[in-house]
Structure formats: structure tokens, C-alpha cells
Design a protein around this ligand. Structure first.
Ligand SMILES: C[S@@+](CC[C@H](N)C(=O)[O-])C[C@H]1O[C@@H](n2cnc3c(N)ncnc32)[C@H](O)[C@@H]1O
Length: 281
């Protein structure tokens, strides 16, 4: 890489960090180059890449810039044992008390995670009764994935095994017919009953505070997003999220993430499952 490219990539990292808090690792040069060129094509920007970054720094195309540098990999029932824990340990208590369960999905990407939470509730309702009521707030910083999630149309290969055996997808999705589908593909659309449980909103985890009440949520999913932040920033995000979790509420983290400074304020209930035992003052 020549000096100009090194300088360009350092600028990208700096801008991305200031807008999102995301820290790009050292080995991401090919990814940065590809995404930057694609951004210039998509925005039909007339100028070189340095000019493009100048414009972004001045406030134009920031949404497109953020959207092109997020990584949105996700799937239905990812780390399925978290949904099983929700179904078996948490939901029965709420069905019994009749109290509504408030859940927060803090990096919802294209929607598979919050829809999996909602399907878990619907499935549990069949055995626990209709007194089980839930609301889910699902947020992400990327406007493209939020729109995709709200639309709720997913493309699958017929042979894919996205759903665990205890979920019958035909209960929650309508099959859609489209001319351009490949032989192996099916298209499914989330039914309204599932959608109604979820509110999708834009939110930046890097914001200094979040628009929720203290101890508002019974459950928070924060999975496979902390890995994009420095340890210092992971701690800041975790503490902010934690202040919105009720005592006795549950925090789910991704498989390679850890609770850092929260460790003395939680009790471990399973693999990356943490119950809040006290507030941090
Ligand atoms: C790899 S996906 C994880 C999706 C899902 N939680 C899962 O575990 O399957 C990470 C998501 O975090 C979002 N993200 C990254 N930085 C963010 C930030 N500062 N605020 C909110 N969301 C962010 C990305 O847009 C992306 O959709």
C-alpha cells in the first residue's frame, strides 16, 4: 500500500469511529478499499476518494457511509440456546404474573434476531396461555437493514435449516411467489401478528445516552455487535445498556463477547446469559 492509500484508510477509520464508535481492525484494508469504491459508485460521487471523505466530514452522505461500513451478518435463531433460555426460564414467569415482558434488541440488523424473539414468545404462548404479552424494541444504526427488517421478506434456499425443530415457520410466514426466483429458492414474508410485537427504530449505540427509562427492560439482546468496538467502548455501551435493564432482568451477549466491568453486578445463567443482580452507582 502506498502512503496515499494508508492516509485514506486512516481517514476512513477516523470518520467511522467518530460517527459510530466502530473500530476497524488493522487487517481490513481490502474491505475498506472495496466498500469505499462501492460507496462512490452508489452515491454517484464526482470526485476522488479524498474528495468523497471531505464531503462526508462536512456532513453529506453520512448515512450512506455508515451503511456501507457496518457488517450485518445474522440469521434466524442464531445461538439458539438463548431463545430456548428465554422460552424455558423467563417467559413462564411472565405468563404466570400476567405482566407484559419488555424486550430490547440493540443491534437488530435485518430483523432475524427480533423476529426470532417474537416467534419464541408466540410459540411459548401456545403452551403458557394468552396472558403472555410482549413488546420488542429493535434498533440498529444502519437504515438499510432497518428498512429490510420492517419489510420482513426473506429469501431462503429450500435446503436451509434456519429454524429449530420447535418452530414451525409456516405459522409465522407467508410464502411469496416471484418470477425471478432460482429453482432452489423460496421467499417468505413475516405475518402481521409477529410484526405487531416489534418496533424498529434507528439508534446509535455510541450515543452518550439512550432514549429509555432506567430499569425499563426485562430482557436485552446485545449480540455480535460489541466485537466491533474497542474494549473501552464496549464497557461504555454495556454500562449504558445495563442501566436500562431491570434488576432480575437478563442480558444476552454474543458468543465471543463478555460483560467486562458488569461482572460484579450479574449472575451467570448460562453461556453468555447474565442476570442483573444490582445497579451500578
Ligand atoms: C453482525 S450484526 C449482528 C446482528 C444480530 N445482533 C445477531 O447477533 O445476529 C451487527 C449489527 O450491529 C449494527 N451496529 C454496528 N455499529 C452500531 C452502532 N454504533 N449502533 C447500533 N448498531 C450498530 C450493524 O449495523 C449490524 O447490523
Amino acid at each position: 500500500m502506498n502512503d496515499n492509500t494508508v492516509h485514506l484508510h486512516e481517514r476512513v477509520k477516523k470518520i467511522l469511529y467518530s460517527l459510530t464508535g466502530i473500530t476497524l481492525a488493522e487487517n481490513k484494508d481490502i474491505m475498506i478499499a472495496n466498500r469505499l469504491h462501492k460507496l462512490r459508485r452508489d452515491t454517484r460521487f464526482n470526485g476522488d476518494l479524498e474528495d468523497l471523505l471531505d464531503a462526508i466530514e462536512k456532513g453529506s452522505n453520512t448515512t450512506e457511509f455508515i451503511n456501507s461500513f457496518t457488517t450485518n451478518k445474522t440469521h434466524f435463531f442464531r445461538e439458539c440456546f438463548h431463545f430456548e433460555d428465554l422460552r424455558d426460564r423467563i417467559l413462564p414467569t411472565f405468563a404466570k404474573s400476567g405482566q407484559q415482558i419488555k424486550m430490547y434488541c440493540s443491534a437488530s440488523s435485518t430483523g432475524e434476531e427480533p423476529y426470532s424473539m417474537a416467534m419464541t414468545v408466540m410459540e411459548a404462548r401456545e403452551t403458557l396461555g394468552r396472558s403472555l404479552n410482549a413488546t420488542i424494541i429493535a434498533t440498529d444504526i444502519d437504515t438499510n437493514v432497518l428498512q429490510y427488517a420492517a419489510n420482513g421478506v426473506y429469501r431462503f434456499s429450500k435446503s436451509s435449516k434456519e429454524f429449530p425443530s420447535w418452530i414451525k415457520p409456516q405459522k409465522y410466514f407467508k410464502r411469496r411467489v416471484e418470477k425471478n426466483l432460482a429453482n432452489e429458492e423460496i421467499l417468505i414474508k413475516v405475518k402481521d401478528e409477529l410484526k405487531k410485537m416489534i418496533t424498529f427504530k434507528i439508534m446509535n449505540l455510541n450515543d452518550s445516552s439512550y432514549p429509555y427509562n432506567k430499569n425499563e427492560f426485562d430482557v436485552i439482546f446485545c449480540r455480535n455487535v460489541l466485537i466491533y468496538f474497542s474494549v473501552e467502548d464496549q464497557n461504555k455501551i454495556l454500562k449504558k445498556l445495563f442501566s436500562h435493564l431491570k434488576i432480575g432482568g437478563t442480558l444476552y451477549l454474543g458468543h465471543s463477547e463478555n460483560p467486562h466491568d458488569l461482572i460484579n453486578y450479574v449472575q451467570r445463567a448460562g453461556q453468555n446469559i447474565f442476570i442483573k443482580t444490582k445497579d451500578i452507582y
